[in-house]
Write a protein of this length. Structure first.
Length: 453
């Protein structure tokens, strides 16, 4: 039964009255999927349950009922409650956590606030998210900063990846340059694999680099303790795995680095220009605040629908109601989803007679993704034309949407096509058995040349 709170409190209102929900088939009733739609790609855009939709709409209604009262006076208090909830969840001081719209905005906020000098180098990894790599390209075009990309292909061991990182740092210093910032993921988007971000963060500290963690696939996906991890910058999409409406991401900056981030994106009322003489004070139309410059800066960033930011407490409360094999809440969610991801990989690879992408340490799959190779010979389908290979993947994805009422991310990677399976609390092994049969049929259609017609 879906319970819709009429006056949601910071703890989630009547969500508190919901009974325990067992992960699996029953959970799908909590979501608003279309008839027959199988959401096998939760990792891209996420989704949220119906009780959270009621909370979201409540706050949207409040904003429309009394716009100025809500936006100027009520919203900041509710936002503080939400920040406190997410900070507790991440084991971080409340003073370090604010909200932004998405992870891409987080990286751009870091990159465009740092001041670069000639010889400064940004180090990043080959599997960086595409938009983030383009952000680095933009910075190197418009500032004195340079970049160094660490090349490799998966599967690769965690130790080898860390060794390559240290080699890049050493090579940068040997060239007389300064390794300023290191950017890496918690979990790579495509292929969907876990990075040794804990070790990379420690190495960044050891070698004097600022660590910037793209945790787009982080919060609600894997356990995170930001006090123990101690990154210099961290951002994570709450709307992917924490069951929060789009667009909402947490942005963590320890107090030691908050002075480096003087502006939001876009620059808004919280920005404090450097003194230039006897100039008039720029008026801030928002109510006065006794909070830190960092918190005040991110509290109001232009006019947006910030209702998703206020849904964090309710989402955490809803998640606390989930259970699996005697476990409850976050423990149940993470145990179920990682177990399902591994079972999904085994099931689909067995039916397709292929394999799951994994390294010798078995660490790549410590997440809610499984990457399975499709039974297609690249030489027979696309020859040596990479452009054709990409078009094959795009054709398959479109067929999944138009004919099978689903979507699975497909990439051409290192001479083969791979599917990224995404587990979630509302899915079961049966969903992936169905997916495997569907993928097998679509691959046969590719081999028959249908994608070129």
């Amino acid at each position: 039964m879906v319970l819709k709170p009429t006056q949601p409190s910071s703890a989630g209102g009547e969500i508190e009255k919901m009974e325990s929900i067992e992960c699996g088939k029953e959970v799908v009733k909590q979501f608003s999927f279309g008839d027959g739609y199988r959401n096998l790609n939760h990792g891209s855009y996420g989704t949220y349950p119906l009780p959270i939709r009621s909370v979201l709409r409540h706050y949207q209604d409040e904003a429309e009922a009394r716009p100025d009262k809500f936006i100027r006076y009520d919203y900041p208090k509710l936002l503080d409650e939400s920040r406190a909830a997410v900070a507790k969840y991440l084991n971080a001081p409340v003073s370090t956590c604010v909200y932004i719209t998405n992870a891409t905005t987080g990286l751009n906020t870091v990159l465009r606030n740092l001041v670069y000098e000639t010889g400064d180098v940004i180090i990043y990894f080959a599997t960086i998210y595409g938009a983030c790599e383009k952000s680095i390209d933009y910075i190197t075009e418009t500032t004195p900063a340079e970049s160094r990309k660490i090349e490799y292909t998966y599967p690769i061991s965690d130790q080898t990846l860390c060794d390559l990182f240290e080699e890049a740092i050493s090579a940068t210093k040997a060239a007389g340059k300064v390794p300023k910032l290191a950017i890496f993921d918690t979990i790579v988007s495509l292929p969907g694999v876990r990075m040794p971000f804990e070790a990379l963060t420690a190495l960044s500290h050891q070698h004097g680099l600022l660590s910037c963690i793209d945790g787009a696939h982080g919060i609600g996906h894997i356990p995170l303790d930001l006090t123990a991890l101690d990154p210099d910058f961290f951002f994570s999409n709450c709307h992917k795995w924490l069951h929060v409406p789009r667009a909402c991401a947490v942005f963590y900056v320890p107090e030691r680095n908050q002075h480096l981030l003087r502006s939001t994106l876009p620059t808004s009322h919280g920005f404090a220009p450097l003194p230039k003489g006897s100039e008039a004070v720029i008026n801030n139309p928002m109510p006065p605040s006794g909070k830190s410059a960092y918190i005040t800066n991110f509290e109001y960033v232009a006019t947006l629908d910030n209702s998703p930011y206020l849904c964090i407490p309710a989402a955490l409360e809803w998640r606390s109601r989930l259970s699996w094999q005697g476990k409850k809440g976050e423990e149940a969610i993470m145990a179920y989803t990682i177990h399902l991801a591994r079972e999904a990989g085994k099931t689909v690879s067995s039916i397709l007679s292929t394999e799951v992408m994994e390294n010798k340490e078995g660490t790549l799959s410590h997440c809610n993704f499984a990457n399975v190779r499709l039974p297609l010979a690249s030489s027979a389908v696309a020859g040596s034309d990479r452009g054709k290979a990409v078009r094959v993947a795009q054709w398959m994805e479109k067929v999944l949407v138009e004919e099978y009422n689903t979507f699975i991310a497909i990439i051409f990677y290192e001479g083969a096509w791979w599917v990224r399976l995404s587990s979630q609390v509302y899915l079961t092994v049966e969903d992936f058995e169905w997916a495997a049969g569907m993928l097998k049929t679509v691959c046969e259609r590719v081999e028959a040349g249908e994608w070129e017609q």
